[in-house]
Ligand binder design. Structure first.
Ligand SMILES: [Zn+2]
Length: 66
């Protein structure tokens, strides 16, 4: 069973491998950044992704302690 699928970048159409399931546990990030290859993501977007990913991970950790 594989969780990786081949897709193509939304911007340059380059084939990329992506996770079927949520992107670091956050569906919103998956929608926003999941179809973009690392060549097309801008530094601003990468920073935004890292910030949101950090927040999503923090939320997940908080959720686990409940
Ligand atoms: Zn691309």
């Amino acid at each position: 069973m594989s969780n990786i699928v081949e897709t193509s970048c939304k911007r340059c159409k380059k084939p990329i491998a992506t996770l079927v399931k949520s992107f670091y546990g956050c569906d919103k990030l998956q929608k926003q950044f999941g179809g973009i290859c690392s060549d097309c993501i801008s530094p601003e977007e990468r920073q935004d992704l890292l910030t949101k990913m950090g927040m999503a991970i923090a939320d997940n950790l908080r959720g686990m302690r409940r």
